[in-house]
Design a protein. Structure first.
Length: 214
């Protein structure tokens, strides 16, 4: 029996990834690394450390001892200056209704301050647990984030539905043994083929979630 939903945040709850991507591009350009928006969308879901490792590796570079903290701070400073982030249409009402029947969690690769800033602004008192990229040793695609969420919520593996939009996020959820629904927010649906169910847009996702309210 279904007991809980676990949501990724960026690109699932809020339309925020374009601003994350722009902030990372600006930050990385400042240290001589050029990267495309599509490349960043393809590694969406990773925490800051994982993203920096992937980007540096693909550019034949190795992060220095201060790069992780310095680059993350610079990126977050740029990102926090953007006030255009908003929830996807229908998501707030949908979550308010789901909350009445199920436990709800968030598992995000973003850092703790940004996650709680967004959750507190748009979804205050909705989620039972919130896990950020700072709360795990290994971020997505490791199963650790979703295993930690499942442990905190306390249900069996087959009593969850995960909602994701990123390749690494889907891999993380499936590696944790959880059922995963994906919505193609910023990438081609075929890139999410490891998910159990794929939607092309958020209106389809909202309709799907609505079936669990009856």
């Amino acid at each position: 029996m279904l007991k809980a939903f676990i949501f990724d945040m960026d690109g699932v709850l809020v339309d925020s990834m374009p601003y994350h991507v722009d902030a990372w591009i600006t930050t990385l350009n400042e240290i001589g690394i050029n990267i495309s928006k599509q490349d960043l969308y393809d590694i969406e879901g990773s925490n800051n450390e994982g993203l920096i490792n992937l980007v540096f590796s693909s550019n034949g570079r190795t992060p220095g001892p201060h790069d992780y903290e310095d680059l993350a701070k610079r990126k977050n400073k740029i990102f926090k200056n953007i006030n255009k982030i908003h929830p996807y249409k229908g998501m707030v009402d949908c979550l308010d209704q789901l909350k009445k029947k199920y436990r709800l969690g968030v598992v995000s690769g973003s850092d703790n301050k940004i996650v709680h800033l967004i959750i507190n602004k748009f979804f205050s008192e909705v989620f039972d647990i919130v896990i950020s990229g700072d709360d795990v040793e290994e971020g997505k695609p490791s199963p650790e984030p979703y295993l930690k969420a499942a442990e905190m919520l306390g249900f069996l593996q087959d009593e969850y539905i995960v909602i994701e939009n990123a390749i690494l996020g889907v891999e993380s959820a499936k590696s944790a043994g959880l059922y995963c629904v994906a919505v193609a927010s910023y990438i081609e649906p075929k890139k999410l083929e490891k998910a159990d169910l794929i939607f092309n847009e958020h209106s389809e996702l909202i309709k799907y979630l609505g079936h669990y309210l009856t």
